[in-house]
Structures are given as structure tokens and as C-alpha cells.
Design a protein around this ligand. Sequence first.
Ligand code: PMP
Length: 411
Amino acid sequence: MCNVIDVAQCRADFPILEQTVHGVPLVYLDNGATTQLPRQVLEAMTAHYTQYNANVHRGIHTLSERATAHLEEARETVRVFLNASGLEEIIFTQGTTDSINTVARGIAPMLQAGDEIVVTQLEHHANFLPWQQLCLERSAVLRVAPQQNGALDVAAFRALLGPRTRLAAVTQVSNVTGAVHPIGALASFVHSVGGLLLVDGAQAVRHESTDVQAMDCDFYCFSGHKMLAPSGIGVLYGKRECLASLIPARYGGGMVDIAGEQSSTFSPLPHRLEAGTGSYAQAIGLGAAIRYLNAVGREGIAQWEHTLLDETARQLEMLAGVTLLGSPAHRAGCLSFRVDGVHPYDLASLLDKQGVAVRSGNHCAQPLLASFGLEVVTRVSPAFYNTRAEIDALCSGIRRATEILWRWSGR
Ligand code: PMP
């Protein structure tokens, strides 16, 4: 039994939610794109900039040492959040895209012609294009596991694995249908053929398990801005030996041990993969965001977000002309839908006029939408600071917008 969260109390921590747009209260339901920041995270960032801003790992002076201590404290907070076994397994990056590209670039020199990379139709472009381009560059083969009802067809995924599989890259939660994938099972399939599993956790981190040891994934990637932290910070987790085998995607300051004129030696992990000045203030914000999520209670957050999503699905299914995209057995974080005779951009625009922020587009998941024969859909992604009343406002907004658009088109 988990603690139920106090939604009103949570909302009070998010000053941005108190505003009106177009004269009506803001209903922010685009959390799959980015979440809002609570006061506690903003205060941690303000403390950084007003009390100890200095470059990290470089200066032997008080401010630099303080900033470095706070950065490394944030790394430890991330380590515990992921249940990683060591700090050297936590690499700070700019976000999920950067984390995935770091792995793709890092394995590139080892990939032989004819080697295979397996992805799925449900991937965000961030977990699709780096592998597609890598395969083109190395004459490797990209295998794409199909979706079924908006979730991964696990049997088809398994059938694509073989002795040439070097790596499989799978999203934990789809950013379009919200399908939740059985990462532990997928890891055992991939490992049984000697491959590595990379998990895109971008849509999962706020509400699903992030225990990388339980999942037994080899790499895990996420972005801070989808879990109450600022933009420009993300994490690449990797098992120690997997990270150690990556060729650095970037060279420069902070990652070198001895730089000679013709050759150099490099720092141990994690710094070997963190060239240049990183987003250290944002990393400190990420640490504060994780502490905030823990204080509210991650199980309670997951439970409330599931309640809101179920309520959204229930109400949408009762609306005339509305079809949900897919029917995954387990859904979390978001769902997408279309309305007969209504373009998603028109819908999002009319919802905005009613204060409701949702996302219409291809959601950087064109292969998935193409598999449904679609180009754009509308996505709703509630967070734990949303209320049932806001879901009601969304659904009555859709009803109103649909009536107007149907009337205009003479339906
Ligand atoms: N993967 C998934 C599943 C996502 O939803 C997103 C963001 N929409 C990304 C990757 C890319 O994240 P970022 O832009 O923060 O790198």
C-alpha cells in the first residue's frame, strides 16, 4: 500500500501552473514533452548561481570545490535513483538524445559489416536515427521489431535476435501510446544471444521502475526536463564494463589524464565520457528534482498518474468520433488519439484557446505513426500535479472543439 499524494499541496510547489492563458486557467497536459519545475528545484539552482557558481573539477578555490561537491552529490543522488552499483556508471549528458548518441558513437569503431542492431517501431527518433545512421555508416543491418496494438510485439522482437545482434535499443515507455515494455524479459532475450540492451527511459523515469540492476539493462538513458529538472541535463547509465568499452564521442578538457603532442591518456570513468564543461548547474537541479520526487513519493506519483490516464482514456472513449491509438496492456504517462474529420493541429489550437495544452504532431515517432497509416495525432500526458477537474476540462474542451470543427466542415 503506497502513500496517496496530496495533489493540491504538490500544485502549490509549481508557480507556473497558477497562470491563465487566453483568460482561462492553464491546464498543462504536455508533460511528455517537458515537465514543470517545482520551487525546490528552482531554489537549488538559485542557490548555485547566487552562492557557489564556479567551474567544477578544475579550480582549487572554495567556490569551485563547493560546486564540485554539489555536482558529485547530484551524481550520487542519480546513482541511488537508478540503483547503479557505482558512481563511475553515471555519466552526465545533455539529455536522452545525447546519451544515445554517445553510445552509438562509442560502439561505432567496433561494429563490423553484417553486424545487427535491433530497434523497435515504437522508438522516438532519438532512439532510431542514431542506430539507422550507424548501420548505414558501418554496413551493419538495422532490424526493426514491429508494434502490435501500440506496444512492442515481444515475440517478433525475440525472433529478430541472433548471433550477429550486437545491441538492441528499446523504449521503456512509448512517447506516443504510453505502452510499457517488459525490460527485464527483453534484457534476458538480448543477453542470451550475446548482445547488449540499451533502454530509452525518457518517458519512464517519473513513474516506472528505474532500478537498472533489476532490469539488467546495459545502458539506460533519460532527460532531466521530463522529470521536473531543467533542460540541458540528462544521464547515461552504463554497466562499468560497457561504458569502459565505449570510444569517447568527444575529446577535450576534463577527460584527459596526460595530453601529449602525439598521443594522450584519458581519465577514468565517469569523466572520460564527460569532455568539456558540462551542465553542472542543471545537474544540481536534477539532483534536487529527484529528491523532490522521492519526498512526494514515487509510488504515489505513479498511482495518481495512472489514475489520471485511465480517467482520460475512459472519458475519451465515450466521445463521438474519438479513437485511441493502440490498446497496450500496460500504459503509462501518455496516450494519443485522433478524432474523425478533425486535424490534430486544429484540435490543439482550439484546445489552447480554452487554456488546455496538449501536443499534436508526429511526436518524433514517424515510423510508429506510419505503421498506423497516420502522420499526426494528438497526445495527452498528465503528471501527478494534474487534477481530475483538468481531465474533465480537457474532455469537454475536445467535445466543444470537435463540434465547432465539424460544424465548419459541414459534417
Ligand atoms: N526518447 C523518448 C521516448 C522521448 O519521449 C524523448 C523526448 N520527447 C526523447 C527520447 C528525446 O529526449 P531529449 O529531447 O530530451 O533528448
